[in-house]
Design a protein around this ligand. Structure first.
Ligand code: EPZ
Length: 419
């Protein structure tokens, strides 16, 4: 996916079945290394971040098969202690999970570089501090980071400076196969962290406290293979719900966990959208437009940072939104790069520190460039709701997290072509 062309301004309505969560799939796929066994995965989204992860695992020796059933089978028994090349690992942020998995299994881990969306610095100091407390020797070089634990790791108490999703996941993976008890304090509670804990638990790990700010892991000497059904992608679901609010609806997302999206649904209620939730579905509609509101992002269960750009786009739509809106981004230091692109369309946004203040304004269809995964999704929403033909280049950034994007949006009535 390089370019998306949208003829916007049409009402969108219909149903979308949401795929598996990218942000659950990555730690689970890398976490499978500590099982040293065969695992199978269903509902695995074939988004580029996941395909890249499978390439990295294959380089390390894992044997991967795409089964007739649609499941993916990964034999981790043949993974060897090696360093995946930077050319592979630097494409995704999820590569950082190699550190916990390879360190616990082989006593050594090396990472040349991890990528991911550019939100300013994305340090892994909390990951490294945790591994040091568990007995690893950390060496940072120009070429990357090397972790060594020649005498093996041991249980430790690890107070995280912030509830980092990545650090919580990485340390949980390592602690599962580390003798003794490891306590991760100020742990993240995102649904994809709970999904990783469930996968490791099914593989024999002993993890308690998931969903709270303190996770305890009682390490075991050996883990075993298991099957995992990847949980629904709450951010993909939220993005399509935003499309329903932006372009009228009703839009129903299926195969979702409504409880993962409470902050978004609360915001939609404040905006005057109509919402209907079923056991595994959510329907939204806003035929007469909506009120803007104020969004503040934070660690789960606060409003998810990965849906902030999409909401900002809704607030920009002068033909749909009324009042004034704001988005305060408290998780990443700079996640506002997409705003420059919205301004090209005529958006009236002023940014002060971590807060974007938005006045709905009349937007024009334009040629835009996606800065990152969710920023690109925000531009797509603005284009879908704006009359005329817009183009979004660098669309591969959007392909990282949205599977079957063209088909799903066409099913809602969008005039969209992906090149
Ligand atoms: C994960 O990133 C997700 N990525 C992100 O989703 C998501 O936005 C983020 O969690 C927060 O929910 C994946 O799961 C692959 P963090 P991660 O560690 O693990 C700082 C998307 O759009 N920090 O919780 O990198 C960090 O700089 C992507 O799907 C440290 O300072 O997030 C950031 O400001 C984008 N030191 C904040 O904490 C550390 O050691 C949150 O980072 C670790 C993090």
């Amino acid at each position: 996916m390089n370019k998306i062309v949208v003829n916007g301004g049409r009402r969108l309505s219909g149903e979308v079945t949401v795929g598996g969560s990218k942000n659950a799939a990555l730690p689970i796929l890398f976490g499978g290394i500590v099982t040293g066994d065969v695992c199978t995965f269903s509902n695995l989204p074939r988004v580029s971040d996941v395909l890249q992860t499978l390439e990295i695992l294959k380089f390390l020796g894992a044997r991967i098969r795409f089964l007739q059933s649609g499941d993916v089978r990964v034999d981790y028994s043949s993974v060897r202690a090696a360093c995946a090349p930077c050319t592979l690992t630097s494409a995704i942020r999820g590569s950082t999970y190699l550190l916990g998995a390879m360190l616990a299994r082989f006593g050594k881990a090396e990472l040349g570089g991890a990528g991911g969306c550019d939100f300013g610095s994305r340090p892994i100091d909390q990951h490294l501090l945790g591994f040091e407390r568990m007995g690893a020797v950390v060496t940072c070089r120009e070429s990357g980071v090397v972790l060594e634990a020649p005498n093996g790791l041991h249980g430790a108490t690890i107070p995280l400076a912030m509830p980092s999703v990545g650090a919580t996941a990485n340390l949980m993976i390592a602690a599962s196969l580390t003798e003794g008890e490891t306590e991760i304090r100020n742990a993240a509670a995102e649904p994809h962290v709970a999904a990783l804990a469930a996968f490791l638990g099914d593989a024999g790990a002993r993890i308690t406290g998931v969903g709270t700010d303190t996770i305890c892991v009682q390490g075991v000497p050996k883990l075993h293979g298991t099957h995992n059904a990847i949980i629904p992608d709450m951010i993909e679901a939220g993005t399509y719900l935003c499309a329903g609010v932006a372009c009228g609806g009703p839009v129903r997302v299926r195969a979702v966990c409504p409880e993962h999206l409470t902050p978004l649904l609360d915001a939609f209620s404040k905006m005057g959208a109509q919402i209907e939730t079923g056991a595994r579905s959510i329907t939204v509609t806003a035929p007469k437009g909506y009120q803007c509101t104020d969004i503040v992002t934070g660690p789960f269960p606060a409003f998810p940072t990965d849906l902030h750009p999409q909401m900002a786009a809704l607030f920009c739509l002068g033909n749909r939104a009324s009042g004034e809106g704001s988005v305060t981004e408290l998780v990443f230091e700079s996640r506002f790069r997409y705003i420059e692109e919205l301004r090209l369309m005529g958006a009236a946004v002023s940014v002060r520190d971590r807060c974007a203040f938005i006045q709905p304004s009349s937007l024009q269809a334009k040629k835009l460039r996606s800065p990152d995964l969710r920023g690109g999704a925000a531009l797509l929403l603005a284009a879908l709701a704006t009359n005329g033909q817009s183009e979004i280049t660098n669309a591969s950034t959007i392909g990282r997290g949205y599977e079957h994007l063209e088909a799903k949006l066409r099913a809602l009535g969008a005039h969209i072509t992906v090149f």
